[in-house]
Design a protein around this ligand. Structure first.
Ligand code: SF4
Ligand code: SF4
Length: 308
């Protein structure tokens, strides 16, 4: 698209809660956008990276993701003075058993926040701080472009940092290769990882369903995008399942001057496509694909207009 080249734009797809079809929409946008632009994708839902189920990535690179530090006590040096337990505000240090051979304090790695207070307090130099591997991140090829994705290990809490890393990698490759679009599948809900996914985006697509909590979910996620000054667009998924609720969402968006760029109908083809590991737009030309094509066209217009 030489005469209307966008420069590199970053679009993040978000939803106020899980299960709204966000990843279905992202996969369809990846498919449609890649027919016109060079696209790089980032799966920022590092707690449950579902985009890879649809994009069938082939891993080219794998890397460790190091999370925060935790304290480790050397039992050979510990004299069980208890200073570390006294100073730990997170109840992460446990008293030793009475068996002499194991008479040393120990740290519960899941409770340790890595504050290092115990490290500075220990008179015997028995405590060291060690970085923990908190997950893995990957650079993979897909039929629609390069995908950066990651898995955070269970019980790890550094998802915001991992989201930032995955996005940075996508952006760097985009800059190196002259990509036109970085498409980010954001985490559901609100909170730290959503903040990380939204930061630096040129535009956010908020996917919402016409449920009782639809407007409320939308308001919650708008709190984040507004905070970062990221312009938001809205797509209503399964819009025909509850026309009255859909109209409520449309009216809410009108009051907030937010463009509704898509009303995507419910279609069992979406699930069938998922099972086949395909974006729905790649397997059917029906109404749902038509609606997603229209959605992409409108998003593109908004991205282009945001340049002016
Ligand atoms: S402060 Fe050091 S020596 Fe004292 S109980 Fe803790 S680890 Fe052991
Ligand atoms: S590093 Fe902080 S949280 Fe972890 S055991 Fe030591 S004092 Fe407790």
């Amino acid at each position: 698209m030489s005469d209307e080249a966008m420069g590199m734009k970053q679009l993040v797809v978000l939803s106020g809660k899980g299960g709204t079809g966000k990843t279905t929409v992202t996969a369809a946008l990846a498919h449609l956008a890649s027919q016109e632009l060079s696209v790089i994708m980032a799966d920022a839902d590092v707690d449950a990276s579902n985009l890879e189920l649809v994009l069938d990535p082939v891993r080219q690179e794998e890397h460790d993701f190091m999370g925060g530090q935790i304290a480790i006590i050397d039992p050979a040096r510990c004299t069980a003075c208890g200073a570390c337990e006294a100073v730990c505000r997170f109840d992460a240090v446990h008293r030793p058993s009475e068996t002499p051979s194991t008479y040393a304090y120990r740290v519960d790695p899941l409770a340790c926040e890595g504050c290092a207070s115990c490290f500075y307090q220990c008179p015997e130099d028995a405590i060291r701080m060690e970085e923990q591997q908190a997950g893995r991140w990957f650079r993979s090829t897909t039929r629609f472009g390069m995908l950066f994705h990651a898995h955070l290990f269970a019980g790890q809490e550094n998802s915001g940092k991992l989201v930032t890393l995955v996005k940075q990698q996508a952006r760097l490759l985009g800059l190196d290769t002259g990509a036109e679009l970085v498409l980010v599948d954001g985490p559901p809900g609100i909170g730290c990882p959503v903040i990380s996914a939204s930061a630096g985006a040129d535009m956010a697509l908020l996917v919402v369903e016409p449920t009782v909590s639809g407007v409320h979910d939308l308001e919650r996620v708008l709190g984040t995008t507004d905070h970062f000054g990221v312009p938001a667009l809205v797509a209503i998924n399964k819009a025909d399942l509850n026309p009255a609720r859909s109209e409520e969402i449309v009216a809410f968006c009108a009051r907030r001057s937010i463009a509704v760029v898509g009303r995507i109908p419910y279609d069992t083809a979406v699930t069938e496509a998922m099972v086949q590991g395909q974006p729905v737009t790649a397997v059917t030309a029906g109404a749902v694909t038509e609606a997603l094509r229209e959605t992409w066209t409108r998003i593109k217009e908004h991205l282009l207009n945001s340049l002016q």
